[in-house]
Design a protein around this ligand. Structure first.
Ligand code: HEC
Length: 203
């Protein structure tokens, strides 16, 4: 395990998971959960599901990079990223995913509200963007939504950077698994996409 790398990431993850706290649940003393506390619970569940997907995906990536470099990691990511997302969705009951306007895997296509956010960011750098955290009306009723911008850092460039700088073994895997790959050409600091989750507010 690459625990040192993980620990280095922790502050980031904690910021991501603790920003804009939703306050103490109200209505706890009445015995019956209030509308507000149901919304708080759904929002907490959405944040937790997104946090779990982000952490598990990144842990898998960093581990694989430390054990065989990008050529190994690209194979591991392509074999496991979807399975991780499906498992986290199943375990948490949330709709959850990683999306982008420049997709590598078309299965990561964003739902409408995530697409709208991505388009609205234009050419902004990742650190100029603000995520989403709140409860909204949707066609299926009230839903809690959490969205965290995903930025590109040095770790990402071996598979998402300038095509000329991507090694041949990585290119070979990408070309065979993702003939429609749009997810290269990024620079450190760019907005890569969004980590998102949605949970219906309990009725
Ligand atoms: C070792 C190669 C590799 C590295 C390094 C890498 N990725 Fe990826 N990335 C992939 C592969 C492969 C996929 C497609 C996974 C799949 O099929 O579900 C992917 C998919 C994604 C997706 C999902 C959206 C899409 O286009 O399908 C996001 C978001 C993402 N990567 C962000 C990052 C970020 C941010 C970093 C740096 C922290 C990073 N990646 C580093 C290989 C890599």
């Amino acid at each position: 395990m690459s625990s040192r790398r993980l620990i280095a990431m922790l502050p980031l993850l904690m910021i991501a998971c603790s920003s804009g706290g939703s306050g103490a649940p109200s209505g706890a003393s009445s015995g019956k959960p209030s509308a507000q506390s149901k919304e708080d619970a759904a929002l907490a569940a959405a944040k937790s599901a997104a946090g779990k997907l982000g952490t598990e995906t990144r842990t898998k990536l960093v581990d694989a990079l430390n054990n065989g470099g990008p050529a190994n990691a690209v194979t591991v990511c392509s074999a496991e990223a979807q399975a991780i997302a499906e498992r986290v969705a199943k375990e948490t009951g949330a709709s959850v995913g990683r999306s982008s306007l420049k997709l590598r895997n078309v299965k990561d296509a964003p739902p409408g509200w995530v697409q709208t956010w991505l388009v609205a960011q234009g050419d902004k750098k990742a650190d100029q963007t603000q995520g989403i955290e709140g409860v909204f009306d949707s066609p299926v009723g009230r839903v809690a939504r959490f969205l965290k911008p995903i930025g590109i850092d040095g770790t990402c460039l071996s598979c998402h950077g300038d095509p000329d700088s991507i090694s041949e073994p990585v290119k070979t895997v990408l070309a065979s698994k993702y003939p429609e790959d749009k997810a290269t050409g990024y620079k450190a600091g760019d907005l890569r996409g969004a980590l998102w989750a949605e949970v219906p507010v309990g009725r």
